[in-house]
Design a protein around this ligand. Structure first.
Ligand SMILES: [Zn+2]
Ligand SMILES: [Zn+2]
Length: 271
């Protein structure tokens, strides 16, 4: 049992996020606010979530609520056990609530995309993204700063651009390298699904979107949900770096989320 949580105890007065892991094998991110923490997606077992939190000295008892993006297993597989273990409320759309069925946690609040709500002093907004099941992305506003989080989207709509535009920190999907995916041995129907406008976002599309989303207030960019077979994190990092360089935005901190290990916590709005 870990009792010392020097970074992420309540009342540290900071707003930030920790990507616990991201990719097709599991996704989860902790949002930190001065009043507590939120868990965004629970795509690992409860035990694995706790293990990853411990690695970043995050006390799972400090998680005040959970939010889900959609009902694919790489986003929900630990949600019932974790939410019930810590007796927290889980926020999700009606579609996700129905889809979870027996995997539904005890305490559920159904959210309406486009309608803001507040948790732990954080104003939260969800909005639909095009995916092969109903899915939402989120923005989190706190203390004049904003974190945007969008994975599992086949295309970047005007709405996605508008919602993410000017976020201080951005987590965006960069799922696959198109050439690698097309040349892969995956079944044709799987390729078609991933490549479609309801599938996942390619590296090129993510970089294109970034150019439209980035404003001078954007200081941190994390590319996430990389495909294990059809992507390469060094290639994604290089694409990200060279795009930011071309935009004369070398001041932006950029990073690629990993499947196996959590990233360091990024604090938003710090000088
Ligand atoms: Zn996913
Ligand atoms: Zn998905």
């Amino acid at each position: 049992m870990i009792t010392d949580y020097p970074i992420c105890g309540n009342g540290h007065g900071k707003f930030g996020f920790t990507v616990l892991g991201s990719g097709s094998q599991g996704n989860a991110t902790v949002i930190h606010s001065p009043d507590g923490m939120l868990l965004l997606d629970a795509g690992f077992s409860a035990r694995e979530l706790e293990r990853r939190m411990a690695l970043r000295r995050i006390d799972p008892h400090g998680i005040r609520a959970m939010l889900l993006t959609h009902a694919h297993s790489d986003h929900i597989c630990g949600c019932r056990v974790f939410a019930d273990r810590y007796e927290i409320e889980t926020y999700m759309t009606g579609h996700v609530c129905t889809a979870l069925d027996k995997a539904r946690p005890k305490h559920v609040t159904v959210i309406e995309p486009g309608r803001e709500f507040e948790l732990c002093g954080v104003l939260i907004e969800s909005f639909f993204v095009p995916h092969d099941v109903e899915a939402v992305a989120y923005t989190f506003h706190c203390g004049g700063h904003r974190i945007g989080y969008a994975t599992d989207l086949g295309s970047v709509t005007m709405q996605v651009i508008a919602r993410l535009h000017g976020c201080d920190a951005l987590v965006l999907e960069s799922n696959y390298d198109t050439r690698t995916l097309v040349a892969s041995h995956r079944p044709e129907r799987v390729k078609r699904r991933i490549l479609s406008r309801q599938g996942h976002l390619s590296n090129d599309s993510a970089l294109e979107a970034l150019e439209q989303i980035l404003t001078p207030s954007t200081k941190q960019v994390v590319f996430a949900h990389l495909s294990r077979e059809c992507n390469d994190s060094d290639m994604v990092a290089e694409g990200l770096r060279s795009t930011l360089e071309r935009m004369s935005r070398t001041d932006v901190f950029c990073e690629v989320a990993r499947q196996e290990t959590p990233l360091e916590t990024l604090w938003v709005g710090r000088e």
